[in-house]
Design a protein around this ligand. Structure first.
Ligand code: 6PG
Length: 244
């Protein structure tokens, strides 16, 4: 595994701009026949990045060369205010010229275990494989205050080691059913980018990044790309406990 890179920015907008450049470079380096496969995240911080991408003038990103997937989804209808797809649609998809055929939502309205299987099949059929595992070009992740990422929470951390690509699980606090990518898929990616903002994340970010305290209890600590790059994009508040 490559050494994680931690970058600190003065604002969420600067984080979003950096993420945009990462996406732009992935598209440019992909060549004329490869579509860049990106797994998106739910959460308020990712949402801010989507709004920034939607605000870009002059269509700098070749969206026709980008395929969008999700790393997790709540088991709700796509119209639900809880839906990660709906959040992404409202903040990004409705504002860019991406072909519908490039957007692969997790069907939160379906029976969770069936959809976890079906979505894994969809991903597996569309992405190139390395070591017999589908390889995302880019996986965006958020970080929960409890150290969860995608929908793998500390109380079900073993799910990260599943042999499946996607699993059905639940949010232990709300009982809400979820579908989540597992470590098998996440750690196969060419690049994994954590996007973390706010002082309430400073402690957990420092614990995971610097392997301090109970870091081994946090699913985010298990994100260690096998051959890919791991990048942390933090704002000043989220980075405020690093090195202390
Ligand atoms: C979700 C996300 C979840 C999120 C983190 C961070 O469906 O909620 O997948 O993992 O990324 O909870 O969310 P915030 O950025 O809103 O704190």
């Amino acid at each position: 595994m490559k050494t994680p890179v931690v970058r600190t920015f003065s604002s969420t907008e600067d984080i979003a701009d950096h993420f945009t450049n990462i996406l732009y470079r992935a598209v440019v380096s992909a060549g004329p026949y490869h579509k860049v496969s990106v797994a998106l995240s739910g959460g308020s911080t990712p949402r801010a990045v989507y709004s920034y991408l939607a605000s870009l003038k002059g269509n700098p990103l070749a969206w026709h060369k980008i395929r969008l997937f999700w790393g997790d989804e709540r088991c709700v209808a796509p119209e639900s205010p809880e839906s990660n797809y709906r959040m992404t649609k409202e903040s990004l998809l409705d504002h860019i010229d991406i072909p519908e055929s490039n957007v692969f939502k997790i069907k939160g309205e379906r029976e969770p275990f069936s959809e976890a299987y079906s979505y894994a099949e969809t991903v597996s059929g569309l992405l190139p494989h390395e070591n017999h595992i589908p390889k995302f070009d880019l996986v965006m992740l958020g970080l929960g205050k409890d150290g969860h990422t995608v929908s793998i929470f500390p109380d079900n951390i073993l799910l990260f080691h599943s042999d499946k690509l996607f699993e059905a699980t639940e949010n232990p606090y709300s009982g809400q059913q979820r579908i989540t990518a597992t470590g098998k898929l996440i750690n196969q990616a060419a690049m994994v980018v954590f996007i973390v903002t706010g002082r309430f994340k400073a402690g957990i970010a420092a614990s995971v990044i610097e392997k301090r305290g109970d870091w081994e209890k946090y699913p985010a600590s298990l994100v260690q790309p096998v051959n890919g790059e791991l990048l942390w994009l933090l704002d000043g508040e989220a980075a405020s406990e690093l090195g202390k």
